[in-house]
Design a protein. Structure first.
Length: 245
């Protein structure tokens, strides 16, 4: 625990500084502030959390405080302080552990950042690079997924084209039955495809699809095939049968 005499001495030592200076506890609570900080920050004398006085999130502020507690040398970080008039004052805050106190405490000095400040410019460039890297990474993932989808679509079209060519070459309905058994399982991702030229009752473990006008397609599959694929295949089979009967 920090004695009141120590906090009073801190205020006297930092009283002539024009820059806000704070003592911040490990839990981000403000323990003391110099007159410049009192004039700038509303509520600073009420022992509020530092995160209540800045635009950054509580998690960001807690991370900065942990970082400052680990070093005895002033380490910069950017914080946006909230002034009495509602203004946002962008500051470069130099924080370090107050080694003259036994209790884990941060000695923090805030310096207003000019628009052309090299530190701010560099930080903004780093943030922009991080955003660009994230966007590029997401774009790469999207491109890989799109390429995979296009490859799958192209493979499906190739299979459908091969089925069309083979069905056109079929001379009889029996040839159509054989082609269905050979080609359709790969297209509809099923274990087996049987084309019956007369109606058959549906089996419990199979998928029964009528193929107009006089045939039935029975699929052995764990899951039903996509409806659009199934409709395309049955349409081709029905057309091939109609032209050969």
């Amino acid at each position: 625990m920090i004695h009141d005499e120590t906090l009073t001495l801190f205020r006297k030592i930092t009283g002539l500084l024009t820059e806000p200076v704070l003592l911040v506890a490990a839990d981000t609570r403000v323990l003391a502030a110099n007159p410049a900080a009192v004039r700038l920050l509303p509520g600073v004398e009420d022992g509020l959390s530092l995160s209540a006085m800045v635009s950054e999130t509580a998690d960001d502020v807690a991370s900065f405080v942990r970082q400052w507690l680990r070093t005895g040398h002033p380490t910069p970080a950017g914080l946006t302080l909230h002034g009495y008039d509602g203004s946002r004052v962008r500051c470069r805050c130099f924080g370090a552990r107050a080694q003259w106190l036994a209790t884990p405490t941060v000695h923090l000095r805030a310096v207003r950042i000019d628009p052309g400040d090299r530190f701010l410019t560099l930080k903004e460039r780093v943030a922009a690079l991080d955003r660009e890297r994230t966007l590029r990474f997401r774009a790469t993932e999207d491109r890989i997924a799109l390429t995979a989808a296009l490859d799958a679509a192209r493979a499906g079209l190739d299979q459908m084209h091969a089925l069309v060519v083979t069905l056109r070459a079929a001379a009889t309905a029996a040839d159509v039955v054989r082609i269905v058994a050979d080609r359709v399982p790969a297209i509809l991702d099923c274990a087996r495809a049987d084309l019956y030229l007369t109606a058959v009752p549906p089996a419990p473990t199979r998928l029964y699809i009528p193929v107009p006008p006089h045939a039935s397609l029975v699929l052995t599959a764990d899951t039903p095939p996509p409806p659009d694929h199934l409709e395309s295949v049955t349409t081709l089979i029905a057309g091939a049968l109609n032209s050969r009967t």
